[in-house]
Design a protein around this ligand. Structure first.
Ligand SMILES: [Zn+2]
Ligand SMILES: [Zn+2]
Length: 139
């Protein structure tokens, strides 16, 4: 039993390390594919469960990218995202967060404001170059 618990927390630790080591804002299955090499008995359900635990612990956030799959981010600082409308890629934006908006939102709503998020949409570099290329048979 102790062995089981150890294995479980070890998997969660590695999951967080993996998420912190990437700028990809990966999906659960991206994380699963990589962790499975290290933990062959791992299931996708366990990855989802562990992601939920880490979220509840405030160690990661879930990005509702408006696409089919949730993406995960272990960078808990306030920062903005660029999302590709075509392939769903998520990139961090090198843009200083406008913390004044939280103050103004608190003032105009009379509510306690705990944060805000900004998502900018468009085409990533790879999709933009596909976009500008004439459509036709590839060589
Ligand atoms: Zn793209
Ligand atoms: Zn991010």
């Amino acid at each position: 039993m102790a062995e089981q618990n150890y294995k479980r927390s070890r998997q969660r630790e590695r999951l967080l390390e993996l998420l912190r080591s990437t700028k990809e804002h990966p999906t659960a299955s991206w994380l699963y594919d990589r962790l499975k090499i290290e933990f062959p008995a791992l299931s996708l359900g366990t990855v989802y469960r562990n992601l939920g635990v880490l979220r509840d612990q405030g160690l990661l956030r879930v990005l509702a990218a408006g696409s089919t799959f949730d993406r995960f981010d272990a960078d808990m600082r306030t920062h903005y995202h660029f999302m590709c409308e075509r392939c769903g890629a998520v990139e961090d934006l090198a843009l200083d967060p406008d913390l004044g908006i939280e103050q103004r939102a608190a003032q105009c709503s009379g509510r306690i404001v705990t944060g805000h998020r900004v998502e900018v949409f468009g085409f990533c570099e790879a999709c933009a170059s596909k976009e500008s290329r004439p459509i036709g048979p590839s060589q």
